[in-house]
Ligand binder design. Structure first.
Ligand SMILES: O=C(O)C(=O)CO
Length: 356
């Protein structure tokens, strides 16, 4: 669907074509349609944009708004040609963008950090609770009409309790990756009685014990401490995976890590499926190395069906990548994506630049 057309409304100057890979709906699209200097080409369906359509329509475009599934690689950039000057991804993750190729061509890239922090932190806590309290398995029983066979019974469906108000009890939460979403998740867990936070970060980042102590003081917990992967595994009651995806972090959560976790521990992944070896996690759950898992992302998504090792596993709650799916957050992401694009096209600084 094309909105604008050659030269309509702009005398003597060819319009800049912008391709929009998802319909951003009536609250957001007018921000683009109101620009008389743009020809907006919109993928017309409410599903993932087909690659051949994108490669055909990106030809000669000046800008594009896309989402996680759309790879910005050499094939894409060559199809676009030299007019392309702004790429805007409606995501905080950017492993679908070949940064080297984009930089070589002088193309600006914007993304949508911060605006989804709260939504993803919320769902991270939710998954920790759902996994520990057997929500996946028990909802399934109810939906299959099996409640009568499981009348209330003293120890049925019990799981480890995340919260505690018992004096001197400890609760340690662990984070693989300690950025904005991890810190927002931690702060939500403080009222649950969390006493300790351990985290692992990329080896190239500098440890900052002073900042850690300051954060612990602000949150009124006993400690925030950077640890090795082994300590992260062995000390955490819940491990939250919140690091970026990509080749560098692939399968950081593997058999070796899972074997070192507590038997009562929960693993939550709300970052990228590739960080967790699905077969290893399924084995860890089946063989009870850990208690349960909750994941919003899995390897191979979105092509995931009932045969996926984690979907088959009753102790794993699997959600279809809905971490940022609140109305408020998606509107904020879409608005920021459009603002990034327009700033990039207008030669102004993007509000949330990834590559300038
Ligand atoms: O923005 C991202 O990177 C997402 O995964 C969307 O929730």
């Amino acid at each position: 669907m094309s909105h604008g057309g050659d030269n309509a409304g702009v005398v003597g100057r060819k319009k800049d074509k912008v391709v929009v890979c998802r319909d951003l709906k009536e609250k957001i699209m007018p921000l683009l349609y109101s620009r008389e200097d743009l020809e907006v080409v919109l993928w017309p369906e409410d599903r993932a944009c087909e690659r051949p359509w994108l490669l055909e329509n990106i030809k000669g475009a000046a800008g594009v708004i896309l989402v996680l599934g759309e790879k910005v690689n050499t094939e894409f950039l060559e199809a676009a040609g030299p007019n392309l000057r702004a790429v805007s991804t409606m995501s905080v993750g950017h492993e679908h963008i070949d940064k080297v190729e984009v930089t070589k061509r002088g193309i600006k890239v914007g993304y949508t950090p911060d605006v989804l922090t709260d939504a993803v932190a919320d769902i991270s806590v939710m998954l920790a609770l759902m996994a520990s309290r057997n929500v996946g398995e028990t909802i399934d029983l109810v939906n299959r009409g099996l409640w009568p066979a499981f009348s209330w019974s003293p120890f049925a469906f019990c799981g480890p309790q995340l919260s505690t108000s018992t004096p001197n009890a400890t609760r340690t939460v662990g984070f693989l990756g300690f950025g904005r979403i991890a810190k927002a998740t931690l702060s939500r867990l403080v009222p649950f009685g969390v006493t300790h936070c351990v985290y692992s970060s990329r080896p190239t980042s500098k440890p900052d014990p002073v900042a850690d102590a300051k954060l612990a003081k602000e949150l009124n917990i006993q400690e925030v401490r950077r640890v090795s992967m082994d300590e992260l595994a062995s000390q955490s009651d819940v491990v939250f995976v919140l690091a970026p995806g990509g080749a560098e972090t692939r399968h950081l959560i593997n058999e070796d890590f899972l074997k070192k976790m507590k038997e009562s521990a929960i693993l939550v992944n709300t970052a990228r499926g590739t960080l967790v070896d699905s077969d290893a996690l399924a084995k860890a759950l089946r063989e009870r190395w850990i208690w349960a898992a909750g994941v919003d992302v899995v390897e191979g998504e979105p092509n995931v069906d009932q045969t996926h090792p984690l979907v088959k596993e009753p102790k794993c709650v699997v959600l279809p990548h809905i971490g940022s799916a609140t109305i408020e957050t998606r509107l904020a992401m879409a608005t920021l994506a459009v603002k990034n694009l327009l700033a990039g096209l207008d030669g102004k600084p993007m509000p949330a630049p990834l590559i300038t």
